[in-house]
Design a protein around this ligand. Structure first.
Ligand code: DC
Length: 230
């Protein structure tokens, strides 16, 4: 298993893309990159600085003040998102950011800024990246593309439980509403709407366990790697 590949995982919000991507990356010894966290970090920066989307479009140079890094936390054993040297891993997941992130991600200058960074991260291969446009825009040449989906109710339940575990208390209906709203915005926006790449494999995980998803995806990945090694 010498050939390194890039794996693109796209799909609706709260489908478990991050969990799957992390599991695959761990098994293959690859780098996992959560591209949604990058959109969330930009959103947090704009909220904190009080910069409106109109102001951003008029002066895209403000993006130059944003430094996003993934820093390994050896205690928790995962990479955490840092914005300008500050650990924002929890803050970027709260509802304040979740409500504003979809409009922010429709802005072309934001997408151009982040896509460039994501492409740099993947240039040496060995990356598993999850998002909305990874297989279509960021890595159109990714050797394996997975498109994930699940029913909105199942996704809302999972998100609700994830937030509750983190001590973030919110009503289930609000989570469901936010998911539906983001599905709508992500799929209908002008810039890089969420869509399945022609060569992506669909993975509907409504009734699948995390282990089942990881197992089947790893089989796909190993199949692609073995074919390249031949
Ligand atoms: O995966 P997530 O829910 O953390 O993503 C947050 C938002 O960022 C989501 O509403 C859509 C946007 N996003 C995007 O437009 N492109 C990506 N590659 C990743 C996320």
């Amino acid at each position: 298993m010498n050939s390194k590949i890039n794996i693109a995982i796209d799909g609706h919000s709260s489908c478990g893309k991050g969990t799957l991507a992390k599991n695959i990356a761990k098994e293959l010894g690859y780098l996992f990159i959560d591209s949604g966290a990058m959109y969330r970090a930009v959103t947090l920066y704009l909220l904190n600085e009080g910069i409106t989307l109109t102001e951003l479009e008029e002066d895209p140079a403000v993006l130059g003040n944003i430094k996003i890094e993934f820093v390994y936390n050896s205690e928790k054993k995962f990479y955490e998102t840092h914005l300008n040297q500050e650990n924002v891993e929890n803050e970027i997941r709260n509802m304040r950011v979740s409500r504003f992130v979809s409009p922010v991600s429709t802005i072309k200058v934001v997408r151009d800024f982040l896509v460039k960074k994501q492409q740099e991260m993947g240039q040496n291969k060995g990356v598993v990246m999850d998002g909305r446009d990874i297989g279509t825009v960021v890595f159109p040449d990714a050797e394996l593309k997975i498109f994930m989906t699940a029913s909105p109710e199942v996704r809302a339940k999972r998100r609700y439980e994830e937030l509750s575990k983190k001590g973030i208390h919110i009503n289930y209906q609000e989570v469901l509403h936010n998911i539906r709203e983001r599905d709508q915005m992500d799929s209908t926006r002008k810039e890089s709407p969420l869509r399945k790449a022609e060569d992506a494999i669909t993975l509907d995980n409504t009734s699948m366990t995390k282990q089942e998803q990881a197992k089947i995806s790893l089989q796909w990945a190993k199949g692609v790697i073995a074919a390249l090694d031949e």
